[in-house]
Design a protein around this ligand. Structure first.
Ligand SMILES: *[C@@H]1O[C@H](CO)[C@@H](O)[C@H](O)[C@H]1NC(C)=O
Ligand SMILES: *[C@@H]1O[C@H](CO)[C@@H](O)[C@H](O)[C@H]1NC(C)=O
Ligand SMILES: *[C@@H]1O[C@H](CO)[C@@H](O)[C@H](O)[C@H]1NC(C)=O
Ligand SMILES: *[C@@H]1O[C@H](CO)[C@@H](O)[C@H](O)[C@H]1NC(C)=O
Length: 506
């Protein structure tokens, strides 16, 4: 009886020691951007002793709901408030008992999450023209940035690892080491829409996609529950660096990752599954986590794998397969497997002398402008914008007399096709048994408004012409911006790499 009573006191003392102060969750901080209308404004935090909490916004007072946390004496408070139009700065204050807390200099705009591996980590200070880019950044006071610290976790966290101040204006010290692609993408959006932009950079060099995927997403692909439980793929960056934000309404996400999965066992079917399932899962988790204030199909943009190696690398390697998987095996997005998904092609932006290795090109400006153009079309509905590059519609063998001639028709051409190289086209050859055994390289002959003709040498003796033509199927398909097929003003948009069945034979 007495022993039992002592244990009770000790237990109370222990729980009391884990108390919380009255506060907002750690990513609600001064100088932040909150997602504008039509999303409702979602705020949450902690309060000791489950005291009632009132939020003042803008001139009204609202009561927060309180959620008990098992085993704790404090509560999570939460509130969602009427949507706000783009603008600011505002002060939002919350009161509990005689304590008050405040968020100052808050803007309403669009919040984007930027994630991936080293090419997303790649700092603004490392790009071409870094000095100018950094100097220009400071004038964008309506863009606010947040960087998540790189700390993994084996279980899902409610708050991400952050260093205060969580949100910053893009001063030269703050922007210097911020993700270049994230920044340049957000800046392009701001320049177009003049709406405050919040950028959350949550990325880690060398990381494979399974680290950023929840157990739920992984279980849809290779993973059995047993493997997941055994911690073989601990989802540890999803847990610590993405999951905490699912209670925070966002507009969309961009992604630059894949190098770490460009391996023989992962680049093809597995990555295709991982990528589509991760996107679906992020969308569902955010939709549920924000009480439907983030769209169930929020826009998701990505950069297709860059070039690696020295120009004209003869090796196909595993990058082409991974690039193909990033489009769900269709060569373009959005498509029915990847709805509301957009991409920037980067395979022609190789940088063999990059001080950070050829896998880390310094030209992030072209990556960002291609991505933001696609984002404006897909995420913001500016459907008149050209953003895809030419896409193949059909391939036919038209002549077999001297050499093999093929005609490839394109759609999504703005005005006309442009060409800067004769190379990159390959025809499959197959043994009489039907197995594809080799690819032969062709040469571009003519470039018309919406089709090209290519000639190929003969297939190896004894082999027949196979069933497919592929394009840019190399780690590093061409010299900087000099691939075979482009369209758009300033030849900005390359044809993405493709593999297409031959429809007709002469
Ligand atoms: C609402 O806020 C007021 C003022 O702080 C408080 O007295 C009241 O208990 C709160 N109501 C609820 C349901 O929490
Ligand atoms: C996380 O899980 C991995 C794999 O099971 C294990 O090796 C590691 O020690 C765990 N880390 C922590 C901090 O528990
Ligand atoms: C060409 O790419 C392969 C990978 O497919 C790589 O192993 C090799 O180092 C590259 N060669 C050059 C010269 O970059
Ligand atoms: C760097 O600046 C020069 C001069 O303005 C410009 O011509 C060039 O395109 C810029 N490079 C990039 C990658 O933006």
């Amino acid at each position: 009886m007495i022993v039992g009573f002592l244990c009770f006191l000790i237990a109370i003392g222990f729980v009391g020691a884990q108390t919380e102060t009255f506060r907002f969750a750690n990513y609600y901080a001064d100088s932040m951007v909150l997602q504008r209308a039509p999303a409702r404004l979602v705020l949450w935090g902690y309060v000791p002793d489950c005291r009632s909490v009132n939020v003042n916004y803008p001139d009204y007072s609202f009561n927060a709901t309180l959620e008990k946390i098992p085993g704790k004496t404090y509560c999570r408070w939460k509130i969602d408030l009427p949507p706000a139009k783009a603008g600011g700065p505002y002060t939002i204050s919350a009161v509990s008992g005689n304590e008050g807390i405040e968020l100052k200099d808050v803007l309403f705009g669009d919040v984007w999450v930027c994630s991936g591996q080293s090419n997303m980590v790649f700092e603004l200070s490392e790009v071409y023209n870094a000095t100018t880019e950094i100097a220009n950044a400071a004038s964008y006071t309506n863009i606010r940035i947040l960087s998540v610290n790189r700390v993994p976790s084996n279980s899902t966290l409610d708050e991400p690892p952050l260093t205060a101040p969580a949100w910053n204006k893009p001063s030269s010290t703050a922007i210097n080491s911020f993700s270049a692609v994230c920044w340049l993408y957000g800046r392009d959006l701001y320049d177009t829409y003049k709406v405050p932009i919040g950028l959350i950079s949550s990325d880690w060099g060398g990381t494979s996609i399974d680290k950023w995927s929840s157990h739920d997403a992984l279980a849809k692909c290779k993973q059995t529950d047993d493997e997941v439980k055994a911690g073989l793929y601990p989802s540890n960056l999803w847990n610590a660096m993405i999951h905490p934000f699912v209670r925070f309404p966002i507009y969309g996400a961009i992604w630059y990752q894949g190098e770490a999965n460009a391996r023989p066992d992962e680049a093809d079917a597995l990555y295709r599954c991982y990528f589509a399932e991760m996107i679906k899962d992020w969308r569902l988790k955010w939709y549920e986590g924000t009480d439907k204030q983030t769209k169930i199909d929020f826009p998701f943009g990505f950069v297709q794998l860059a070039a690696e190696g020295t120009e004209g690398n003869k090796s196909a390697g595993y990058f082409p397969g991974l690039r193909w998987s990033q489009t769900g095996g269709q060569g373009f997005v959005p498509n029915e497997l990847l709805p509301n998904v957009f991409m920037a092609v980067a395979m022609d932006l190789g940088d063999p002398t990059s001080p950070h290795g050829s896998i880390h090109p310094r030209d992030k400006q072209d990556v960002a402008i291609r991505l933001s153009r696609a984002g404006r079309a897909i995420a913001y509905g500016d459907t008149s914008l050209y953003y895809t590059g030419p896409l193949p519609v059909s391939a036919a063998i038209t002549d077999l007399r001297e050499t093999i001639s093929a005609k490839i028709m394109y759609r999504n051409v703005e005005d006309k096709l442009y060409s800067f190289s004769k190379y990159g086209f390959e025809l499959s050859c197959k043994e009489r048994t039907g197995n594809t055994v080799s690819w032969i390289e062709g040469t571009l002959d003519t470039v018309m408004n919406d089709y090209v003709t290519v000639s190929f040498p003969r297939c190896p003796a004894g082999d027949a012409i196979g069933e497919e033509i592929r394009y840019a199927w190399r780690q590093d398909p061409c010299v900087f911006k000099k691939c075979a097929i482009y369209s758009g003003s300033d030849y900005l948009f390359p044809s993405p790499p493709y593999i297409i069945p031959i429809r007709e034979h002469v």
